[in-house]
Design a protein around this ligand. Sequence first.
Ligand code: F6P
Length: 434
Amino acid sequence: MAVDGARPEHEDRTSGRPLPPMDVGIAVVMVGLPARGKTFMARKLARYLGWLGYACAFFNVGNYRRATFGAEVPASFFDPGNPDGVAARRKVAMTALDDLLSFHQERGGQISIYDATNSTAERRHLVRERLEAGGLRVLFIESICHDASIVEANIRATKLRAPDYANMEESEAVADFRARIANYERAYETIGDDEGAYVKLIDVGRQLVLNRIAGYVPGRIVNFLMNLHVLARPIWLTRHGQSLANVAGLLGGDEALSADGRDYAHQLKAWLEGRMEKDGDDVVVWTSTLQRTVETAHTVGKPAMQLKALDEIDAGVCDGLTYADVQRKMPAEFAARQADKLRYRYPQGESYEDVIRRLDPVIIELERQRDPVLVVAHQAVLRALFGYFTGAEREAVPHLRVPLHTVLELIPRAYGCEVVKHRLGPRVGESDSG
Ligand code: F6P
């Protein structure tokens, strides 16, 4: 067996300049038996923290094992009584840890996530010692499932699709995976209070146990994780119907809908009614506080909640101008925005980064909801939300396509999100800053 060498691509979300360091230099260490949703949580957390602007990377030891030893190792590889297996697993775990440390020390990393079972106190002690020696604060996240149906659902939703079982019959794969879990169970030790900062999540957030959690980032992490669930339900994102400002090509404002915009609102109502026959009666509708979204939702006819956080990007001194006006009257501002649309802040207004930050509570609420949610909002705001759910690079967020009169349907899947675009009429053109 080859031991050294192969290193898989890890998921690195360092694009762009990192935020000024505030309470960072944190290694999040996952803990738990296989099929406890660790990778699901770790990936979502990495995506969330990256979206918020932290230089965050995710290191999955399973990927290192597959890259080094191949995907198809027998369950006996995971037997704690098999010294070769123990040594081989330890080796790949340490390679991943080396990469994680160099992410912080050489590549400006701020938060890393170390995704492995880390199922014995001895292994956690070793990992923690190395991370702390590297100047990092360690936060353990242990996922415990007493509910066997959660484990079963997890095996079927994720593990059977893993490369480990690409060439195996389903029943054989399930049996092998159960044998693997049994091997880990023989050595498993839950985290003790003397192991530092930890969060224990029991049955996907039904119960949480916290130990020595302090600071802004650990607080955000706990808040995020406690609102996650695995129930599939759609999220529908749509802009308001075309407004009079859209017709005139004006930025911002608080105009009413145009005739085409009102037409869209009626089509949206009919579309939603069709969907609710399929997805059940309960839908949660959120709008911004601006007239064009409120009017659209009013036509849809469901009770809607207005959220200030969903208001369109504040164009500051450019509010009420066209892109051409801005280019003519404030060429330097126009050029600065073209050069860095993510970070450019309108004088007396906002940047996309500002919008992302104010949407943080909206993301938490969207993650928490169990019913379908219809969000009626605006171009920049929806780009930010869409970017979160699709895992877009931050730099790409201000350029994502979110056209008028279109519903973007997001369907959460085990490790990502499926997107379906529903183009409803009428077709309208609009000016674009690119
Ligand atoms: O043009 C419609 C609009 O929602 C404006 O109110 C807003 O300023 C703009 O889109 C945001 O898009 P961009 O960031 O591409 O200018």
